[in-house]
Design a protein around this ligand. Structure first.
Ligand code: SF4
Ligand code: FES
Length: 383
């Protein structure tokens, strides 16, 4: 064992996934982006050698999957080199991309470097709507050309469609589109309200009857398309009965490395005040996984309050999402208000219903690097 693997004890299993946020730069400006409001600038990004060291440490630690993400990961000049390093280390690489700007021009080289899988975002099925949501003209034909080349290369293609008030009427056509483009998998992912999505919540919140209808459409299509298309469904938290096990449980399965090298237990962890995040510039990934104060803060169940503390689901969903508990209830150690057992759940549902009932949705506050002067935080709920 080397120094990296020494840090992992039998009581602390290795993480299986690494989300490598290579850059926050992105040609799209989606209002549902879960990136933080203060985006890392290019000048602060880790360089190629640092990422290669991180990937080497990840492999030694036991990580199996690396999600090359951002922002738009193909905006990095060294994306091919980084992908090749994943392949050399035996790490399964998944490119999470918008498929626009220079992405297509790099695709063949990424394939040659050993890329394993592509996850392509799609903002809507109808081009004008997609381009309004993503904030980039002429994006849709670029995405279609990108998807076509992915399939021609024989790479498995997943389409990721974030669903909200502005495209929930297109779920059926998005499913048809996934089949037409030759995707093997489609993620129908109702918006999770973090980062830019949280400040755009009132613009994005769908009505409950529309959510129910979209779920029925997915269920019918799953049956009809068995063997051709797998459809993953992420239900909207605010209308859920039980919360998701966010990030697979805090500090249990995933590590998230930001463009500037901070290592987070989940992508929104920086919104929780008082947490100390260690940086790959200063420490090894193994040391961070085992000892970083941020990873230890909500690992396991000892930190839980009631009703989670005595709930028999506490090792299934790990109390839901800490960042959502903080955003909505003002306490990161509270039961996620998405849970029907939370005393705040009814208020969260009422809030969602009120926002979705607005006759005219507010304008989007588009994601932008370098400040978000118009952004205001929406209200939470209190006991
Ligand atoms: Fe999960 Fe806590 Fe709700 Fe139980 S009370 S279902 S552990 S969030
Ligand atoms: Fe941070 Fe869910 S996003 S715990």
């Amino acid at each position: 064992m080397n120094a990296v693997t020494d840090a992992v004890t039998p009581a602390l299993p290795a993480p299986i996934g690494l989300l490598a946020e290579l850059t926050h730069r992105c040609p799209l400006r989606c209002p549902y982006c879960s990136n933080p409001l203060e985006l890392d600038k290019r000048s602060g990004e880790l360089d190629t050698a640092a990422w290669q060291r991180v990937l080497t440490e990840a492999a030694a630690l036991g990580v199996l999957h690396v999600h090359l993400s951002g922002g738009e990961p193909t905006a990095r000049q060294d994306i091919v080199e980084i992908t090749r390093t994943c392949a050399e280390l035996g790490l399964y690489s998944n490119l999470i991309t918008s498929g626009v700007a220079g992405a297509l021009g790099k695709l063949d080289a990424l394939y040659d470097a050993g890329l394993d899988h592509v996850q392509l975002s799609i903002q809507a099925a109808e081009a004008a709507n997609a381009e309004r949501i993503g904030g980039l003209k002429n994006a849709q034909p670029q995405k279609f050309a990108f998807a076509e080349r992915v399939v021609a290369l024989g790479l498995p293609l997943t389409l990721n469609a974030v669903i909200h008030r502005g495209n929930i009427h297109e779920v059926a056509t998005l499913i048809d589109l996934a089949v037409t483009l030759g995707a093997k998998r489609l993620e129908v992912a109702h918006t999770q309200y973090y980062g830019w999505a949280y400040v755009n919540r009132a613009a994005l919140m769908p009505a409950k009857p529309d959510v129910d209808r979209s779920i029925r459409i997915v269920e019918e299509a799953r049956e009809r398309l068995k063997g051709r298309l797998v459809i993953d469904l992420v239900v909207p938290d605010y209308y859920a009965k039980y919360p998701k096990a966010c990030a697979g449980g805090w500090g249990r399965r995933l590590m998230n490395v930001t463009p500037a090298g901070k290592v987070l237990p989940c992508h929104a962890a920086e919104t929780i005040p008082g947490l100390e995040f260690w940086n790959v510039r200063d420490r090894s990934l193994g040391e961070i996984w085992a000892q970083s104060p941020a990873f230890q803060a909500y690992r396991g169940t000892a930190w839980m309050k009631e009703p989670c503390r005595s709930c028999d689901r506490r090792e299934k969903d790990w109390g839901g999402c800490r960042c959502q508990a903080l955003a909505l209830a003002g306490d990161a150690a509270a039961t996620d208000p998405a849970c029907s057992l939370s005393p705040l759940h009814a208020k969260v549902q009422a809030l969602a219903i009120a926002e979705s009932a607005l006759e005219t949705a507010p304008d989007y506050q588009y994601r932008t690097i370098g400040g978000a002067p118009l952004v205001t935080q929406p209200e939470g709920v209190t006991a």
